[in-house]
Design a protein around this ligand. Sequence first.
Ligand code: FES
Length: 110
Amino acid sequence: MNDDGFTKVAPLSRFKDRRGERFLIDDVDVAVYKIDDKFYSISNICPHQHAAIIHNGFIENGSVVCPAHGWEFDIVTGKVKSGVGGLNVYETKIIDGFLFVKVYKKELNW
Ligand code: FES
């Protein structure tokens, strides 16, 4: 982790559009999506059944959809579309062709 709290995660070439990648960053389970050349980092743990599968989701109308039972989470805010709670989201930045993510260990929103 850098002094600013960001961790170097992976080269940008690793990411395919709208396909999730999973990373463990400082013990935080994270899903990263690239959508139209922007990067979104979000908790990988679905609050429905506490399953680590958000990286296997699909992107639809600005949401990531859990592949198990279809809960939808706003990719920017992490909020669940129909209900309360949601997923933690994490800041990203790009330096010299690498993605950096800043995780935090706030309690999960369920
Ligand atoms: S585990 Fe994600 S919707 Fe059920």
